[in-house]
Design a protein around this ligand. Structure first.
Ligand SMILES: [Zn+2]
Length: 181
């Protein structure tokens, strides 16, 4: 028999999966979402939030290792929430997000541009490359990017923009994830 049965407050914080909330209006049990910090498996209310969490988590690693990292932002139709996959390590100038989780709704790829040796900064590292944009356009998906200069960006292909914004953005639009758009 264990002698340590004191029902004291658990010292570890509850995780999303530990907390269940009954939504009486739906006669259903839905998981309560508590975002404690960026981590794989956390649920977010928007693709932008999931992307920012994913990028904030991996950007310091990418900058230090001078390598790109990439993963997916996806939507789960059961939870109605957005998630990100673990970032996959790439090379200095390339990354591969792999496949989105089976059964998920892929929203777009996130990736980082890695740091450069001191004095070797590359100006175009601060932007989506033409290839980055082309991939997003071809799949009609969003793309998200963290740069070594500390920018967190979203590229929205033209066809995903509101109709009245398409003429002014013939390829698509780049916006910061850090400001309300
Ligand atoms: Zn890129």
């Amino acid at each position: 028999m264990a002698d340590n049965q004191n029902p004291a407050t658990p010292s570890t914080p509850l995780r999303n999966s530990d907390q269940v909330l009954t939504d009486a209006s739906l006669q259903n049990v839905v998981p309560e979402v508590v975002i404690e910090g960026p981590r794989v498996g956390a649920a977010y209310d928007s693709a932008d939030e999931a992307a920012l969490a994913a990028l904030v988590l991996i950007e310091p690693v990418s900058r230090k290792e001078m390598r790109e990292y990439a993963g997916w932002i996806y939507f789960n139709i059961n939870t109605r929430k957005y998630y990100f996959t673990k970032a996959r390590r790439g090379s200095a100038d390339n990354s591969d997000a792999g496949q989105p989780p089976a059964g998920s709704v892929p929203i777009g790829v996130y990736h980082t541009h890695g740091g450069r040796p001191a004095g070797k900064a590359v100006a175009t590292d601060e932007q989506f490359s033409e290839t980055d944009k082309f991939k997003a356009i071809a799949k009609a998906q969003l793309a998200f990017l963290a740069t070594p200069g500390g920018q967190f960006l979203r590229f929205t292909p033209k066809l995903l923009l509101p109709e009245d914004e398409q003429a002014a953005n013939p390829v698509g639009r780049v916006s910061s994830l850090l400001v309300d758009q």
